[in-house]
Design a binder for this molecule. Structure first.
Ligand code: ADP
Ligand code: MG
Length: 274
C-alpha cells in the first residue's frame, strides 16, 4: 500500500455519533470508486459487519485475529461490492479489551496482523468502538490517519480533548505518522439553528481540519443497516448516499493534493542539492 494507500481509523469515544455509519458508507463509496477497500469492524456490537450484510459472523473474526488464533487473511469476507472486503466482529470481541492487556506488544497486535494483507488494499477503514481502550489504541497504532465523526448536537465537542490527548500520546509513543485526517460533521439538520451553531463552533475549533462535506440527518442512512446494505446500494439517489460519495471524493482529493505537494517539495530539494 505504501504511499498510495491509507489506513484510516474512524474514532470518537462517544457512542452514537456516526462512526459506524461513516466507516461503512465511506468504505463503500471508496469501493464504488474502484479502490480496493477493506473494512475492519473493531466493535463487539458488530454493526459495521451487519451494515454490509454479515450478521453474527462465525469465527474467524477480528477477535481471533487480535488474540492470535487466526491470520487476517483467513478472516476476510467478501461483500456485495466487488472492491469491498470485511473483517467482521461479533460478541467475542467484548472480552478482548481485558484479554489484550496481558499480551506482549499488546497495542501493536492489529498493526502486525494486518501487515501481510496491507498491500492488497488501497484503503483500510477501521470502525472503532465507543471507548479509548485497547481496541481503539490498536486501531490508532495501525492507522496513518484518523477521521473523527462529530454529531451536530449540543455536546459535540465534549470529551474531544480526551481523544486529542490520546492521539498525541499514540504519536509520541507508538506511531509518529498518525495524523488527523479531519473531523466530519454528521446528522446535520439544516433546519435547526443548533446544527448550524455546532457546525460553526467545530469549524472554529478545528480550523482547517474539518471535512467541507457535511452528512445530513437522513432517514435512509438510518434504515440501510437493517437491510445489511451501505446506503449507496440501498438508495443510491438519497442525500445520505450523495453525502458519503462527496466525503470519499474529498478524501481522495486531499490525498492526491498531499502527494503532489510531497513530489513538488522533493523535486525542489533535488534541484537545490545540485
Ligand atoms: P456510532 O458508531 O458512533 O455509535 P452510528 O453510526 O451507529 O454511531 O450511528 C448511531 C445511530 O444513528 C444509528 O442508528 C445510525 O443508523 C444513526 N445515524 C447515523 N448517522 C445518521 C444520519 N446521518 N442520519 C440519520 N441517522 C443516522
Ligand atoms: Mg459504532
Amino acid at each position: 500500500m505504501g504511499d498510495r494507500g491509507l489506513i484510516l481509523a474512524v474514532a470518537n469515544q462517544k457512542g452514537g455519533v456516526g462512526k459506524t455509519t461513516t466507516a461503512v458508507n465511506l468504505a463503500a463509496a471508496l469501493a464504488l470508486e474502484k479502490r480496493r477497500t477493506l473494512l475492519i469492524d473493531c466493535d463487539s456490537q458488530g454493526s459495521a459487519s451487519s451494515g454490509v450484510g454479515v450478521h453474527q459472523a462465525d469465527s474467524p473474526t477480528i477477535y481471533d485475529v487480535l488474540l492470535g488464533g487466526a491470520a487476517a487473511h483467513d478472516a476476510l469476507r467478501h461483500t456485495d461490492l466487488a472492491d469491498l472486503d470485511l473483517i467482521p466482529a461479533n460478541r467475542d470481541l467484548a472480552g478482548a479489551e481485558v484479554e489484550l492487556v496481558d499480551l506482549e506488544r499488546r497495542e501493536r497486535r492489529l498493526t502486525e496482523q494486518i501487515e501481510p494483507i496491507r498491500k492488497s488494499y488501497e484503503f483500510i477503514v477501521i470502525d472503532c468502538p465507543p471507548s479509548l481502550g485497547m481496541l481503539t489504541l490498536n486501531a490508532l497504532c495501525a492507522a496513518d490517519a484518523v477521521l473523527v465523526p462529530l454529531q451536530c448536537e449540543y455536546y459535540a465537542l465534549e470529551g474531544l480533548s480526551g481523544l486529542l490527548g490520546t492521539l498525541d500520546r499514540v504519536r509520541a509513543a507508538h506511531n509518529h505518522r498518525l495524523r488527523l485526517q479531519g473531523s466530519l460533521l454528521t446528522m446535520f439538520d439544516a433546519r435547526t439553528s443548533l446544527s448550524r451553531q455546532v457546525a460553526e463552533e467545530v469549524r472554529r475549533h478545528f480550523a482547517g481540519s474539518v471535512f467541507d462535506s457535511v452528512v445530513p440527518r437522513s432517514v435512509r442512512l438510518g434504515e440501510s443497516p437493517s437491510h445489511g446494505l451501505p446506503v449507496m446500494l440501498y438508495d443510491p439517489a438519497s442525500k445520505g448516499a450523495e453525502a458519503y460519495r462527496l466525503v470519499a471524493k474529498e478524501l481522495l482529493n486531499s490525498l492526491a493534493a498531499a502527494r503532489a505537494n510531497v513530489e513538488e517539495v522533493g523535486g525542489r530539494e533535488e534541484t537545490s542539492a545540485r
